[in-house]
Design a protein. Sequence first.
Length: 334
Amino acid sequence: MQLEQRDSYPEKLLNAKPNELHQILPQPTLFHLSGKISKPLFISVLQHGNEPTGFLALQALLKKYHSLGLPRSLSFFLGNTLAAGRGHRHLENQPDFNRIWPGTELPASPESQIAAEIVAIMEQKSPFASIDIHNNTGLNPHYACINKLENRFIYLASLFSRLIVHFTRPKGVQSDAFAKFCPAVTLECGKPGQKYGVEHALDFVDTCLHLSELKDQPISSKNIDLFHTVARVKVKENIDFSFHKQASLMLNNDLEWMNFTEIPAGTKLGKVEQQNTLPLTAKNEQGLDVSDNFFSINNFELQIKRQTMPSMLTLNEQIIRQDCLCYLMERISL
Ligand SMILES: [Zn+2]
C-alpha cells in the first residue's frame, strides 16, 4: 500500500457513490487542488466507512467549484474507502482509521504509516485549518470537537455549532495530529443519510474556504456551550448485553434520548444479572478506571451515580462493541 498524490481528481469522483470509491481509487490518495489563496484547507472524510456525509459534502463542494475555481487551495483524503465499499466502520482486519494518526497508541501498521505520511506532507504545506467529518449512530445534535482549548480552535468550531466538545482521548485521532500545526476540528453531523447533515457540512467547509483568517480572540461563553469529555464508557468484553433479550446486561432501549442532556444521579440505564460487578468500565482521559465514580448497582439496576451529560449513546450493538457505549461530559467555562 503506497500513498499516491494527485493535483486533480478523476471526473468520476463527482458522481461516485461512497461504495464505488475503492474501484475508482484503489490506492490511498491525497489530493491537492489549487485555489486563489494558496494556504490550503485540509479535509478528511470517510475515516469510518459507514459515515458518508463528509464525502457527500466534499463532492457537492467539488461540483460547486468545478468550473469556477476554488477560493482557497484544498487538500483532501478519502479515508477508508475499502470499508466504505461494504458500509462498515472498518473491516475486521483493519484498525479504526481514526485511531492511527501520529500520537496513536496502536501498534504500527501500513495504515498508520500512510497517516504519518499525510501529516508530514500537510505540515510542510502549513494548512489554514483541518476538518475531519463524521456521522454517528445515536440521536445526537450536530457538534464540533476540538483537542486544544485555544481561541482559533474554538472560533473554528463555533462556526459549525454552538455545541463544542473538547477531548484528549482516544489518542491517534486525525484532529489531534493536525492540531500540532493548525486549527483542527472534527465535525459530528448526526446520523448518515440525512440531507441536512450534508448541507450543514457543505456550508461549513464552504465558509472555511472563504475565510481570510481565524480570529485569535476569546469567544464569549454566551455564544457557545463547551463541554469536556470526562470518561469513555465501554461494556466489559466478557459481558453479553442486549436491548431486547435476556443478557447479563439489559440496557434500556430509550438510552439515546439522553444524549447531550444533563442527567441526574440515580438515572437508570438498565438491569443486570450480577449484583456485585459493574458490567461497564469508564476510563478518564488519563486512562484511569473511574467506573465507580459514575456507576452503581442498586437492586439489580445499573444507575448513574452523579450528574453527568452523555453523548454518542447508540442502540447499535456493533458500534457499542467496536467503539464504545458512550462518552460522559462536563460543562466548562472559559
Ligand atoms: Zn466516525
